[in-house]
Design a protein around this ligand. Structure first.
Ligand code: NDP
Ligand code: OXD
Length: 308
């Protein structure tokens, strides 16, 4: 009974021994060490090569080293019936809350303009509204979106949320898929924490930006494929949007000649909104896998029929 690991991380060997110590009854091997593909029952992966997982004929379960599973589903050769478990946990949620609150506050207090003024040695004070007079919209009310929305609410913001189904969250007005326009019209700062699916691909486009209040800011920590890049540049240049903070991109690392790097109204972070910590993430993976093998309920087991 073997488990194969595919990671881009320079700490692959460390991950291997960490998982091996947590799962002593399963032989853990790195992707390029596999000698007997038929012995592989479990795969722990981030961005596996296309067609690779289908070579393991006895695969019983795939674990995504991350909350998103789009990087696994991107492999069209993957058999449809193999369960996929994602990796979440309190560390991941906490890091995302920190990232979202930090960047919402930067926009809310107009600090990007203050930092630009500093570079020109300009003293440029500005009075901004208090959080109670600012509405933040959160797209995606799953594990990450819901906890980020609650933290923003605790900071005093008015918060509206949007998801496929109806959600009831204390103090937050929630909208469903069909109510997108009503949601957007209120969102002065829009946070995207949607998973990448066929319906969310290209969702951050010109039509959506036009429905936001003039001068709105966006923060995308979902996936790069959700953003139509040229639409963003044109909408920023027209001032309908004031700023975009982007953590995720269609191509990562973002190519050196990409126009986002030098756009004055774009802030780039290198997919660090909420990285999995190998220590606690490994424990989460082992816990989920043991529960799966024992036939117990696994909260992070995804529903592939629903699109993620
Ligand atoms: P969940 O699966 O827990 O939640 C997804 C949410 O999105 C749900 O509320 C769901 O609605 C909603 N949703 C899905 N499809 C649609 C749609 N078509 N229209 C409207 N709402 C939709 O995901 P998480 O919160 O755990 O993670 C979200 C994403 O964040 C990940 O998939 C990943 O892409 C990204 N991520 C980014 C990281 C980073 O560092 N930048 C780190 C970790 C994750 P409903 O509740 O009705 O089902
Ligand atoms: C994830 C990510 O999906 O880091 O966890 O993007």
């Amino acid at each position: 009974m073997s488990l194969v690991i595919h990671l881009k991380s320079a700490r692959r060997d460390w991950w291997k021994s960490h998982l091996q110590s947590l799962l002593p009854d399963i032989e853990c091997v790195l992707w390029d060490e596999v000698t007997n593909p038929d012995a592989i029952l479990y795969a722990v992966v981030w961005k596996p090569p296309a067609g690779g997982l289908a070579t393991f004929k006895n695969l019983q379960c795939i674990v995504s080293v991350g909350a998103g599973i789009d990087h696994v589903l991107a492999d069209k050769a993957l058999p449809e019936d193999i369960p996929i478990i994602r990796t979440t946990g309190s560390d991941l949620t906490q890091r995302m809350r920190e990232y979202v609150c930090l960047h919402v506050l930067l926009q809310h207090r107009q600090l990007m303009a203050t930092f630009a003024a500093q570079r020109n040695q300009q003293w440029a004070p500005a009075i901004t509204p208090t959080a109670a007079d600012r509405t933040v919209g959160v797209m995606g009310l799953g594990k990450l979106g819901q906890s980020a929305a609650q933290s923003l609410k605790a900071l005093g913001f008015k918060v509206v949320g949007w998801a496929r189904s109806h959600h009831q969250i204390d103090g937050i007005t929630c909208y469903t898929e069909a109510e997108l326009s009503r949601f957007l019209q209120q969102a002065e700062i829009l946070v995207c924490l949607l998973p990448l699916t066929d319906t969310t691909e290209n969702i951050l486009n010109k039509d959506l930006f036009q429905q936001l209040p003039p001068g709105a800011a966006i923060i995308n920590a979902g996936r790069g494929e959700q953003l139509v890049e040229q639409d963003l540049i044109e909408t920023l240049d027209s001032s309908q949007l004031s700023h975009a903070t982007l953590d995720v991109f269609r191509t990562e690392p973002l190519p050196a000649d990409h126009p986002f790097w030098t756009h004055p109204s774009i802030t780039i972070t290198p997919h660090i909104a909420s990285l999995i910590d190998p220590e606690s993430g490994g424990k989460e993976i082992a816990r989920n896998l043991k529960a799966f093998i024992a036939g117990k309920t696994v909260e992070d087991l995804t529903n592939r029929k629903r699109g993620y």
